[in-house]
Design a protein around this ligand. Structure first.
Ligand code: NAP
Ligand code: G4F
Length: 333
């Protein structure tokens, strides 16, 4: 089986690549040209003599339709996982048009490329709980109407419906995973969980004094990325394409995440955290809480790692990074 993954250098792309390689897939990852290294999350796979022959990296970009067209037609994958995106909600307010180009039109470009293939590929779209935005009901299910609150959320709603429409209009196997927030030690460092675990561990070792954050009252349904990529694959193994909410069914505030992380390090976050209004969003998503009953029933999927374990896993991992930073700093002195 051949799988093509857009966004392979991202958090989810790296876990999904590991997962698919373990299942024996040949994995084709689309990467962007960058002036600095952007493959650090998958370097361990590339260096592994068992995995390397099955992992192929190809330059492509979701803003370049002709490039996607030729890559997909050349590879002829069985499954396409569209994980590539400008995925930062706050940044989408600064770059709304770029975000729409990548996160909305980018999806359409991939769908069009699939439609041009002789043998059609199955398609997975990385849809998001951000589509629920100013939630109209709690918990959120596959039937909850969308009310996006950011350019990112709007772009994801567009992609959601294009995916549904290509399924209905062209009979493509095209499914949406509506994933609630999921984190890991590989989470980008500007998302709130990782920003907190990086700062707390650096504060513990005297490498940093303050942590500047925005809205501490926002609540999220936080799961572990490693659990969530399995759900993506399960959706693609069904007889019929469908859309699924993937979530833990528990919600916690940013404040509670701070309690957990700083508590684990025996620190009082009140002494270190300051509010910087620049991290507030023009429109906020106050509360997300998913109901993944459909995924449990049809896919047999449920999360393995809960909130406390996730916070501890990320803190312990970042402590190792901070320790290395300290050694380096002491060495330079
Ligand atoms: P991430 O770590 O930010 O990774 C995003 C990936 O997209 C990176 O590989 C990035 O490449 C790539 N990318 C960005 N712009 C691109 C472009 N123009 N063309 C091609 N690739 C591009 O995101 P993630 O957390 O793994 O999330 C994966 C997907 O799930 C995203 O679509 C995100 O919107 C969606 N999602 C995430 C969550 C979550 O909580 N993590 C929840 C719901 C949905 P570089 O490495 O070169 O930047
Ligand atoms: O970690 P965040 O930036 O994640 P957000 O906005 O929920 O988006 C993530 O999850 C979505 C799924 O619902 C994905 F689709 C999306 O791609 C991304 O992965 O912010 C979480 C909350 C927000 O309410 C934000 O206002 O934390 C609050 N927050 C408070 N201080 C902060 C900060 N967020 C960030 N990034 N940085 C802060 O300093």
């Amino acid at each position: 089986m051949k799988a093509l993954v857009t966004g392979i250098t991202g958090q989810d792309g790296s876990y999904l690549a590991e997962f698919l390689l373990k299942k024996g897939y040949e994995v084709f990852g689309l990467i962007r040209r960058s002036s600095s290294f952007n493959t650090y999350r998958i370097d361990h796979l590339y260096k592994d003599p068992h995995e390397r022959p099955k992992l192929k990296l190809i330059y492509a970009d979701l803003t370049d339709g002709s490039n996607l067209h030729s890559v997909l037609n050349e590879i002829n994958p069985d499954e396409v996982y569209n994980l590539g995106a400008q995925s930062h909600v706050r940044v989408s307010f600064d770059q709304p048009i770029y975000t729409a180009n990548v996160d909305a039109l980018g999806t359409l470009r991939v769908l069009e490329a699939i439609r041009s293939m002789k043998k059609s590929a199955k398609f997975y779209q990385a849809s998001s709980s951000e589509m629920y935005g100013k939630v109209v009901e709690t918990p959120q299910t596959e039937k909850t109407p969308f009310y996006p609150r950011s350019p990112y959320g709007c772009a994801k709603v567009y992609s959601f419906w294009q995916t549904v429409n290509y399924r209905q209009a062209y009979n493509l196997f095209a499914c949406n995973g509506i994933l609630f927030n999921h984190e890991s030690p590989r989470r980008g460092e500007t998302f709130v969980t990782r920003k907190i675990t990086r700062a707390a561990t650096r504060i513990k070792l005297g490498l940093q004094n303050k942590l500047y954050l925005g809205n501490l009252d926002a609540k999220r349904d936080w799961g572990f990325a490693g659990d969530y990529v399995e759900a993506m694959w399960l959706m693609m193994q069904q007889e019929k394409a469908d859309d699924f909410v993937i979530a833990t069914g528990q919600t916690y505030s940013v404040r509670e995440f701070l309690d957990e992380v700083f508590g684990h390090l025996n620190l009082d976050w009140g002494k270190y955290v300051e509010i910087d209004p620049k991290y507030y969003r023009p429109t906020e998503v106050d509360l997300l809480l998913g109901d993944a009953s459909k995924a449990k029933k049809i896919l047999g999927w449920q999360p393995k790692i809960g909130f406390k374990e996730l916070a501890k896993m990320m803190t312990d991992s970042d402590m190792k990074i901070a320790e290395n930073e300290r050694i380096l700093k002491d060495h330079i002195k």
